[in-house]
Design a protein around this ligand. Structure first.
Ligand code: GDP
Length: 345
């Protein structure tokens, strides 16, 4: 691989810095188009875009930390978009700026995108103080995570007060979203008692509030029973000594009829305020930053590995051997890594 001439490198670096500076200034002035453009930039894998995105992060990172980052998860059909629409509208009416981002594990696989689709939040989309961005399509969930973490920083620089990060009920993506937010909400549907087991223990452990949606009409009694069951399960599951004693909690809401949403916001603010005062929020964000760095290193290593010509050549052969049952996976992996090490010199 030929190295670019030093002059070209310096030129490229200067261009990345210039683009980053221009975007940073416009973002901090709250310019919407600059936000959309900056997110497109951090989603791109083109090397010059990556350079500009990194320069942008260096300018903005750690400068704006007023926002509350809220993760929201739930299975398809539970009412996430209805909730985001109603909850988001309530916040906008209260004078807050709301950004909605999405981590869609299926978009990572198929390239399609359902979550964060603007047509799902018809009214919120039209608000000038709301910003909705669908999940990026990417070959890997790690790429989606990186984009979303950076997009959060960009939204904060643009003056957003609440950053909602939506995902679907798949373990890995939920943990990922909990790892980039301050508060994690799980949206559930009313159910019979035996369905409680459907919630994985790991998810109960990371959520701060379970919202039982559709607490309206005929479903109201079931929603209330489900809420009580979850409240009991959460109490049994664990104590978080650093949180107020009544957290995590379960609340019944109706996204459709706007019921319980103010309570949810009050509870979010109470918990966030408590954690800010006690330094818990900042600690958590610092830990998340370290996790982010580790994920970044792993992602880049994997990329480096796959793009090494020696590895690219060897890998299909090894895969055929392992697939054919001739070579143990462990042996093949060792061989691939040996080729990589040799290529590194
Ligand atoms: P998502 O797939 O999680 O985004 O779910 P949607 O927001 O698209 O909602 C799925 C269905 O549930 C739609 O038909 C909604 O109208 C309905 N729904 C959402 N929230 C409520 C609610 O609070 N009460 C009732 N009765 N239905 C709701």
């Amino acid at each position: 691989m030929s190295q670019p001439a030093p002059a070209a490198t310096a030129e490229a670096a200067a261009a990345a810095e210039a683009l980053a500076e221009d975007l940073a200034v416009r973002l901090e002035a709250g310019e919407r188009r600059a936000l959309a453009r900056a997110i497109t930039l951090v989603e791109s894998t083109r090397p010059d875009h990556r350079a500009a995105a990194e320069a942008l992060m260096r300018r903005l990172y750690g400068k704006h930390d007023q926002a509350i980052r809220v993760g929201l998860s739930g299975t398809p059909g539970v009412g996430k978009s209805t909730f985001i629409e109603s909850f988001g509208m309530m916040l906008v009416k209260a004078g807050l700026k709301v950004a909605v981002l999405a981590v869609d594990p299926s978009s990572a696989r198929t390239g399609g995108s359902i979550l964060g689709d603007k047509t799902r939040m018809e009214y919120l989309t039209r608000e000038k103080n709301a910003f909705i961005r669908p999940s990026p399509s990417s070959a890997a969930l790690g790429g989606v995570a990186r984009r979303t973490r950076e997009a959060i920083i960009l939204c904060e620089a643009a003056g957003f007060d609440v950053i909602l990060v939506e995902t679907v009920g798949v373990g890995q993506s939920e943990t990922m979203v909990a790892d980039m937010t301050d508060i994690f909400l799980l949206l559930m549907a009313p159910a019979g008692g035996d369905e409680l087991q459907g919630v994985k223990r790991g998810i109960m452990e990371i959520c701060d509030m379970i919202l039982v949606n559709k607490a309206d009409g005929d479903l109201k009694p079931a929603a209330e029973r489900t809420r009580a069951d979850y409240a009991g399960a959460l109490r049994l599951l664990r104590k978080r000594p650093q949180d107020p004693k009544d957290f995590p909690k379960a609340i019944a809401v109706s996204a459709l009829e706007d019921r319980g949403l103010e309570t949810v916001w009050e509870e979010i603010r109470a918990l966030d305020g408590w954690r800010r005062e006690g330094g818990i929020r900042d600690n958590r964000r610092r830990e998340q930053a370290v996790t982010w760095m580790r994920a970044e290193i792993e992602g880049r290593l994997a990329e480096l590995f796959r793009s090494a010509p020696a590895v690219a050549e060897l890998l299909p052969k090894l895969e055929a051997q392992v697939g054919g049952g001739d070579t143990p996976p462990d042996t093949a992996a060792a061989e691939a890594l040996a080729a990589f090490r040799k290529a590194l010199g």
